[in-house]
Design a protein around this ligand. Structure first.
Ligand SMILES: [Zn+2]
Ligand SMILES: [Zn+2]
Length: 213
């Protein structure tokens, strides 16, 4: 079974998640935005073997530590979707704008698209392309554990910002309703910021995407 631990990183308290197979202890890190020593301390404490980097999208708080971590441990970079290439190219500028440490540009080892899967140890997760916050945003869904790592697509009680270049509100709403809701009301999601919630709870109470009554 897939296990996970969320480690908030960067001044934006971005929910970086370590995910691992409890049979093999092989691990991936989702969205290593920064604070690499904190992330690596948890890897060590848990006795994990970190093997892959998975990215939901290329905003600085999610992807800022990617190049350095990939180089340091020789890890493949998986994701996001090619729609986020311009955000990767702009990482240094994003870092300057928000006062982050210098973030280097990288080239993903493997780009992701809707319907792909990613695997760590004996666990496989489904990839869904969820544009709107950024055009190349993807989410990772573990069907066996009813967990979804959704980055900045959906939050408890809110949704991702769409006022960035190539952001689009209607596209984001469609991503949430057409690509997240089918994962089931019972599915718990780990957002890019703030507390976890379930899709069922958001369908009842989220003012942006609740079902019409
Ligand atoms: Zn973002
Ligand atoms: Zn974010």
């Amino acid at each position: 079974m897939l296990q996970y631990l969320t480690v908030p990183v960067t001044p934006f308290q971005q929910n970086c998640s370590l995910v691992w197979c409890d049979q093999t202890l092989q691990a991936a890190v989702i969205d290593p935005g920064g604070d690499l020593p904190r992330i690596l301390a948890e890897v060590k404490r848990l006795g994990l073997k970190l093997e892959q980097i998975w990215l939901t999208h290329a905003h600085i708080d999610h992807a800022g530590g990617t190049a350095e971590l990939s180089k340091q441990l020789d890890l493949p970079i998986i994701g996001p979707h090619p729609g986020d290439q311009f955000w990767i190219d702009g990482l240094a500028a994003q870092g300057k704008q928000f006062g982050f440490p210098h973030a280097e540009v990288f080239t993903p080892t493997r780009w992701l698209k809707d319907g792909d899967t990613v695997a760590i140890g004996n666990s496989t997760l489904q990839v869904r392309h969820c544009p709107g916050h950024t055009p190349g945003h993807v989410v990772f869904y573990s069907q066996e554990t009813n967990r979804a790592f959704v980055g900045d697509v959906l939050f408890a009680g809110s949704i991702g910002r769409t006022d960035f270049p190539q952001g689009d509100h209607d596209t984001l709403i469609a991503s949430i309703k057409q690509r997240l809701w089918p994962m089931g009301d019972q599915t718990v999601f780990i957002p890019g910021h703030g507390p976890e919630s379930s899709f069922g709870r958001e369908r009842r109470s989220n003012p942006y995407v609740a079902d019409a009554v």
